[in-house]
Design a protein around this ligand. Structure first.
Ligand code: CA
Length: 222
C-alpha cells in the first residue's frame, strides 16, 4: 500500500511519513499542491492525504481536478474546523477528513477504513426502485432512462438507501456509513443532502423517492 502525503508543514509531513512507514505503508511526500496533483494523478498511490491550505494549488482545488480522472481515496487534512470546509471537501469527493492537530492512531484508523471502503465499493452492482436505477460500476443514476447528475456524496447516500430498501435508516447510521466517520453533532447534514437529492429527482419527476420517517430517519420503499 502506497500513500501520498501532500502537506506543506514539513515537520508534520515528516512525522506522518515516519508513522505510516512504521505501520508498513510505503510513502512519498510533497509540499505543494501542483506537484501533489501531478503525483496523485499518476495512479501510483492507493490513498492520498491532502492538506487544504497549500502553496501552489489549495487542497480543494487539487481534489476537484483529481476527481476528473481518478477515484483514489483521499483524506483531507484540515486545520480549519468549519462546516463549509468539510462540506465542500466531501462534496468535491473526499472520502474523509481529519482536523489538525490529529491523533496518529485516529489517522491510521481512518486510512484503514477508507481503504476498506474502497475495496468494498469495487464490487459492482445495479440497484433500483421503480423507474430509478443506480449503477455502481459506471457511477450513474437514471430515472426512466434519463441520467441524473449527483455529487459523490448524494450518490453515496442514495446508494445506501437503495441497498437497504424498506429499512428505515437513522441519520446517525447514514452519517457513519456514507460519510464514513463520527460526525460530531451536525446530523442535519443528512437532511441537507436528502433535500439535494429530492430537488434533483422528486421535484423533477414528481415522485416521492426518499420518505421521511419523523423522529427516526429515512427510507426508500417500492
Ligand atoms: Ca498547510
Amino acid at each position: 500500500m502506497k500513500i501520498l502525503i501532500v502537506e506543506d508543514e514539513e515537520k508534520l509531513a515528516r512525522f506522518t511519513e515516519l508513522e505510516l512507514m512504521h505501520e508498513g505503508y510505503e510513502t512519498e511526500k510533497v509540499f505543494d499542491g501542483r506537484l501533489g496533483l501531478e503525483l496523485a494523478e499518476s495512479g501510483r498511490f492507493d490513498l492520498v492525504l491532502l492538506d487544504i491550505m497549500l502553496p501552489g494549488l489549495n487542497g480543494i482545488e487539487v481534489l476537484r481536478r483529481l476527481r476528473k480522472s481518478s477515484d483514489v481515496p483521499v483524506i483531507l487534512l484540515t486545520a480549519r474546523d468549519s462546516v463549509m470546509d468539510k462540506v465542500s471537501g466531501l462534496d468535491t469527493g473526499a472520502d474523509d477528513y481529519i482536523t489538525k492537530p490529529f491523533d496518529i492512531e485516529e489517522l491510521l484508523a481512518r486510512i484503514r477504513a477508507a481503504l476498506r471502503k474502497r475495496k468494498a465499493d469495487t464490487v459492482s452492482s445495479t440497484l433500483s426502485s421503480g423507474l430509478l436505477t443506480l449503477d455502481d460500476a459506471s457511477h450513474t443514476v437514471k430515472y426512466d432512462g434519463n441520467e441524473i447528475e449527483l455529487t459523490n456524496r448524494e450518490f453515496g447516500l442514495l446508494k445506501k438507501l437503495l441497498e437497504n430498501k424498506s429499512i428505515v435508516l437513522s441519520r446517525e447510521v447514514l452519517l457513519e456509513d456514507v460519510w464514513g466517520f463520527d460526525y460530531m453533532g451536525e446530523t442535519n447534514i443528512v437532511d441537507v443532502y436528502v433535500r439535494y437529492i429530492r430537488s434533483k429527482i422528486d421535484d423533477v419527476y414528481g415522485i416521492k423517492l426518499i420518505q421521511t420517517v419523523r423522529g427516526v430517519g429515512y427510507v426508500i420503499r417500492d
